[in-house]
Design a protein around this ligand. Structure first.
Ligand code: MG
Length: 302
């Protein structure tokens, strides 16, 4: 299923609603409150497990509240996640080099930097989350170094602690797209990355969650980022240094993962900081991250 959180554009009452986009992709069917014991939100649906998904799919064709795409505004699938978004740094080999912060000597290639021996984990604040088409407020970054990072994000379904890699995919609810927007100079200045990664609006997410059953081999997915239609990142999930089962095993080793947890798996090479000179985002730019079959997460920069 293709699941969204949305608001109506007409008669908007400010309520975030849970919906599904049936095959064809031309309408949004409202799930929240639409049948007996229907989930009220994305988190509600995720917590309901396989049975809640099965009932939603069963009801989908018969539900009365259907909106054309022009009648809705998509929000982030989780407009306010239950806790910080887990993120993995330096998880594509070529990206490790481009963000090494090492200035090459004149006329020399930058030195190769070793890939991390263990996953590099940080988080982004929940208040950083924005939805598709919402503006990334680069003006909040007073260091003028706002950068994009297109990433596949995993949504945890069944939680747990001590999840073995071999069982990890059974704990995946689905997949979405995250732009791990980063204020590079803040990231560097503060040592720990949290400040530079958690500015308001620095975590665009969406446009939908595609459930895991529709993506049998996640390693085949391509991650492409365009800035003003110029292709900057063109990676493949199969090139992750630490794959999704390893990430889930690592995170859950001593910490309980919860339904609705989000893990942004890392970004491939081609971020603005990887260019010489740097190509940071500026007001008026537009960032598009495409991962099919999830779609395109598009955000203007303000
Ligand atoms: Mg990242």
């Amino acid at each position: 299923m293709r699941l969204v959180t949305f608001r109506r554009t007409r008669n908007d009452d400010g309520r975030a609603r849970l919906g599904a986009i049936p095959e064809g992709g031309q309408e949004v069917v409202e799930l929240s409150g639409a049948y007996l014991n229907a989930p009220r939100s994305m988190l509600d649906l995720v917590e309901g497990g396989a049975e809640a998904l099965r009932v939603a799919a069963l009801n989908l064709a018969h539900l009365p509240k259907r909106y054309s795409l022009s009648e809705v505004r998509l929000l982030a699938p989780f407009p306010m996640p239950r806790r910080n978004i887990f993120c993995i740094g330096k998880n594509y080999r070529e990206h490790v080099n481009e963000v090494s912060f090492i200035e090459p000597k004149e006329g020399e290639q930058p030195p190769r930097v070793d890939a991390p021996a263990h996953p590099v984990v940080f988080t982004k604040a929940t208040t950083a989350v924005i939805g598709p088409d919402a503006a990334i407020p680069s003006w909040l970054d007073d260091t003028d170094s706002t950068d994009y990072e297109g990433e596949l994000a995993v949504v945890i379904g069944r939680g747990g602690r001590g999840i073995a890699a071999a069982d990890a995919m059974d704990h995946v609810f689905g997949y979405t797209i995250v732009n791990d927007v980063t204020a590079r100079r803040l990231q560097k200045r503060h040592g720990q990355w949290f400040v530079g990664k958690s500015l308001d609006g620095f975590c665009p997410m969406g446009p939908c969650i595609v459930t895991a059953d529709e993506i049998p081999d996640v390693s085949q997915l391509k991650v492409q980022t365009r800035v003003n239609h110029d292709l900057r990142q063109n990676g493949c999930v199969g090139d992750l240094i630490f794959d999704i089962p390893t990430l889930i095993e690592t995170l859950s080793r001593g910490m309980t993962l919860l339904p609705g947890d989000i893990i942004a798996t890392g970004t491939p090479a081609g971020v603005g900081m990887g260019f010489d000179p740097y190509r940071f985002l500026e007001p008026g730019d537009e960032v598009e991250i495409t991962i099919e079959p999830i779609g395109t997460l598009r955000n203007p920069v303000a």
